[in-house]
Design a protein around this ligand. Structure first.
Ligand code: GLA
Length: 760
């Protein structure tokens, strides 16, 4: 269904409603058609429906048990009506009306829950877009111009009331999860360039209310994904990164829960995430009418995108969803959505293999003999992919030199990489390699040759982080260099995996090679080039998988996950700390991409000593890897590792693809933590139970499982082979969910893994 109005038509203002004069005739025509044929994008099936009511000017998007409803209000603006649980198909929605302010201090634009609003007409809250025009005008008032429905996608064109600025809004709904995907494309059809100072992807409006609280993910290097929870009051909460990349400090994800819920799986939760790996912002505001808005997109700080006549700027995708099953339900929807629509090879991304990574064992001191020895040991315990980490290239003997010089170090590998790769293959494993393509050490041939290739302001200091500078990937020559060296590396060597690292954030983000008024485009073009390199490499080397890493989990978002198969969750591999980090990670991201290594004890992070079994069970909650120095392992360690890797392979599809229930949180000093993953068909489930320290002899709490078929019988097996008193060998799903499971753990840093299988 396509509906267009000549956007150059001047709005009719005399009848008290610009809308009626502008749209009546074409809308009447569509209305007449709708009487004959239901205005559905998809005829009579469970597929999503996008409907437009031509009399009320209301759009309605239904899918995955969610309804999203908004309309063109009596002034021509796009106004939100409803977002939440699916409503009755025939529920009435009159045309939205701009709310009348109660005081002269509240101009009408502020009391309208707008879908996408320009900074104009006296707007005081976060605009979706702000532009400075060459003549000094900064007023932008966007009105509906036309719309089109194409399958699961609705596009709406908005136009300024007088200038030829067009903004195309795109709404797409995933029929399985009800998750919406939005973005905006800004187009300059005027005769002159202008500067976009703020460009967000869109705004989510929640039902008016005062009992919301915001859940977000904060952190730092080696301490990512802390779950934050704060009430939403009448003010603005800003989640953001100004770092040029996603950042460890805030993750571009939010969830808003209505009321305090008894547990993770109850209550109404609205959630969303940005698909962008550059500087970003999500602003949560409650206005004087208690309306809550969430606006997300490019970070406006230091933004200034010059748009020439005829040019377009597209914002990142901003995803949003609703769950009636609490924050747990929200996570499960996101996990499904990521697997079925975001990840490479979606809807069937490959399960993650068990990997070995050399970093914690050998640091920068890699060489042929040492890596081959590790590879033999890794293969003996069932590892499927061997990854050589940092140190193999240039003069890379520590972190002071070598980045940018992507030739194999001849002292460490006198015969190139081939002997090691052949050896790894002969052991039945795939070979992976570490790279950090966007970085350069000043002590490198590359920097000596191209000092102008880094982000910099001429004549100003170049601030180093980890002794390195950021290459300006927005430059075409830098983009070509990065693509070419990676393409050659993958062409010349049988490499099936890249660990793509990024170990600092930006400083002095100048781009002196372009005109000053175009320099700030770096915030967009750098990331666009990153994505295009990843896409092109994947197309040319379809069997290569890529891990996204940024000093751990510093660049995890739905943008990079479209191009990378997995992420390095955190440099902190302490298995107890990991329980909290992994817990937070799963609020937004599927355990199917959450890489977790078993490393040495005591851990470097906290000097904490834990058993090998405990370390394995912590890592088995995600995608399992080993990063320990295997040359120091005892025969018993090898036997334990071999047994647990075999167990992991057995439960891997449930952990990586199942529905996750966070049953007992490790947060707030909890002595216990429990997660459960249930296969989608409910035929199997696994339960991980961890104990920090027994205190006063108290028993472990009873654990009530979720998501099972209450009428089926499930066998229960503790994979450590121990008997757990009070836990029968089999019982009904109802039993496990209501009578529960008794992990019966005692001592310090104990853990157990239980496997349930449907037997009838
Ligand atoms: C980062 C990564 C580590 C490792 C080092 C290598 O810190 O997160 O896993 O690869 O770089 O320098």
């Amino acid at each position: 269904m396509t509906h267009r109005i000549d956007p150059r038509q001047r709005p009719h203002t005399s009848a008290g409603s610009r809308f009626s004069g502008l749209f009546l005739k074409p809308l009447a025509l569509v209305a007449a058609l709708c009487l004959l044929v239901p205005c559905l994008a998809h005829a009579a099936d469970a597929a999503p429906a996008i409907r437009y009511n031509a009399q009320t000017h209301v759009f309605r998007i239904d899918g995955g048990g969610v309804s999203y409803i908004f309309g063109v209000n009596n002034k021509g603006a796009l106004q939100s009506i409803y977002w939440g649980r699916e409503l009755g198909a025939n529920d009435p929605f009159p045309q939205p009306q701009q709310a009348q302010p109660v005081a002269s201090f509240e101009l009408p634009v502020n009391t309208t829950p707008a879908e996408y609003v320009g900074w104009g007409s006296g707007l005081y809250y976060t605009p979706d877009i702000k532009i400075t025009f060459p003549n000094g005008n900064r007023d932008l008032v966007l009105h509906y111009a036309s719309h089109a429905v194409n399958g699961d996608t609705l596009t709406i064109v908005m136009k300024d009331i007088s200038l030829d600025i067009y903004v195309t809004l795109e709404y797409h709904i995933d029929p399985a999860t009800g998750i919406l995907r939005r973005r905006a494309t800004i187009q300059n059809k005027t005769q002159k360039p202008f500067t976009i100072e703020e460009a967000f992807s869109g705004t989510w409006n929640l039902p008016r209310g005062t009992n919301y609280h915001l859940i977000s993910l904060a952190g730092r290097w080696a301490g990512e994904f802390h779950v934050q929870d704060q009430p939403i009051h009448e003010n603005k909460i800003v989640l953001e990164s100004r770092r040029g990349s996603t950042g460890h400090q805030n993750n571009p994800w939010f969830a808003i829960e209505r009321g305090k819920q008894p547990d993770q799986d109850h209550g109404d939760v609205w959630f969303g995430a940005l698909g962008w790996s550059g500087s970003w912002q999500i602003a949560v505001e409650q206005n004087e009418l208690r309306q809550v808005r969430v606006t997300g997109g490019y970070n406006p700080f230091d933004f200034g995108y010059r748009l020439a006549p005829g040019e377009k700027l597209q914002t990142p995708y901003f995803y949003g969803g609703f769950s009636h099953h609490g924050i747990g339900g929200a996570s499960r929807l996101l996990h499904r959505f990521e697997i079925s629509t975001i990840l490479p090879h979606a809807p069937h991304p490959k399960l993650r293999p068990v990997v070995y990574d050399s970093w914690e064992a050998t640091g920068f001191h890699v060489d042929e003999a040492g890596q081959e020895a590790l590879a033999e040991k890794a293969a003996s315990i069932g590892v499927q992919r061997f990854i050589m980490d940092d140190g193999w290239f240039g003069e890379r003997n520590d972190d002071h030199a070598g980045l940018g010089d992507w030739w194999v170090n001849p002292k460490k590998f006198p015969h190139g990489l081939k002997p090691l790769i052949d050896k790894v293959h002969s052991l039945g494993m795939h070979f992976g390699l570490w790279v950090e393509p966007e970085m350069v050490n000043p002590n490198s041939d590359l920097y000596r040759k191209h000092p102008d290739w880094v982000l910099n302001f001429p004549g100003r200091p170049r601030t180093e982080g980890r002794n390195q500078l950021v290459l300006n990937l927005a430059r075409p020559d830098v983009r070509a260099f990065v693509f070419n060296f990676l393409d050659k590396l993958l062409t010349d060597n049988d490499i099936s995996f890249l660990k793509w690292d990024y170990n600092r954030n930006w400083s002095e983000p100048g781009w002196p090679a372009v005109a000053p008024d175009k320099e700030k485009q770096v915030y967009v073009k750098f990331i666009d080039n990153l994505y295009s390199i990843l896409a092109e490499l994947r197309a040319r080397h379809p069997n290569v998988e890529i891990e996204d890493c940024s000093g751990g989990g510093g660049r995890v978002d739905l943008g990079i996950l479209h191009y990378t198969d997995e992420v390095w969750t955190s440099d902190n591999t302490d298995p107890f700390d990991r329980l909290s980090i992994q817990n937070g990670f799963t609020y937004a991201y599927t355990p199917g991409v959450m890489m977790a290594w078993v490393t040495d004890s005591p851990s470097w992070a906290n000097n904490r000593t834990t058993s090998l079994e405990y370390r394995f069970l912590s890592s088995m909650q995600g995608s399992l890897g080993v990063g320990a120095n295997l040359s120091k392992w005892t025969p018993e360690d090898f036997a334990t590792a071999k047994k647990m890797i075999a167990q992991y392979k057995m439960i891997r599809p449930i952990v990586q693809r199942g529905d996750l229930y966070r049953l007992i949180s490790p947060l707030h000093g909890s002595e216990h933590s429990v997660t459960e993953s249930v296969a989608r068909d409910r035929s199997q489930a696994v339960v991980f139970a961890f104990l920090h320290s027994s205190q006063m002899g108290y028993p472990y709490p009873q654990v009530f499982l979720r998501g099972l078929d209450p009428h089926a019988t499930y066998s229960m097996q503790a994979l450590d082979g121990k008997a757990y008193p009070g836990t029968p060998a089999s019982a009904s799903g109802a039993y496990w969910m209501s009578k529960g499971l008794s992990p019966d753990l005692h001592g310090d840093f104990q853990a157990a893994l239980f496997l349930l299988k449907k037997v009838q």
